[in-house]
Design a protein around this ligand. Sequence first.
Ligand code: SAH
Length: 209
Amino acid sequence: MTSQRTRDRLVMRLREGGIRSDAVLDVIRKTPRHLFVDEALASRAYEDTALPIGYNQTISQPFVVAAMTELVIAGRPERVLEVGTGSGYQAAVLAQLVSKVYTVERIEPLVKLARQRFRQLGLRNIRAAHSDGTAGLPDFAPYDAIIVTAATEAIPEALLDQLAPDGRLVIPVGEREGQTLTLVTRTEAGIERATLDPVVFVPLLSGIS
Ligand code: SAH
């Protein structure tokens, strides 16, 4: 179920799907995804699929986590902000590749659970905040990269403001039914936007609960 073989199979699948970074694939192999879902779903944790985590939210599909992580680390960031902690899995993956991860979540019980998981795994370079990520996390800005794991039709201005020079923002942009993964880069000339693969994320909502 959570054997090395099922993890190796997942990594092989991600590689075949086009994930090229060995650093990312190694971290995915090492990270116990089964600890980020309910025990009842642990046997499915190494399938390449999104799974429910309660509160109408999901842990993202491993392929999407790997692809977004690849995009983020290509800019060699040190400090990364994630909007949408959810289970904490994406933050845990990033924390093994960069020096500091800030992550924000609007649903308080999810923040608490994620913090417990980070502690259990000894990931001390993650700071998890209960707040509305449409405002970013101004106290610790700017960030070398920002990753948003919830979908929006319009990129929140605060996130662009909190990007360091040459910083990268990876965000699913589009309607509720489906979005396009978008890479926004802040350069001296201004903001550059590149559209990538189609994705489906739960919506970015305002306010906290
Ligand atoms: N990255 C997560 C999956 C994210 S699911 C993981 O690895 O498990 C998207 C998450 O974004 C949900 O938990 C949802 O509550 C959260 N979210 C939605 N709008 C938000 C906002 N404005 N601020 C912070 N979190 C938000």
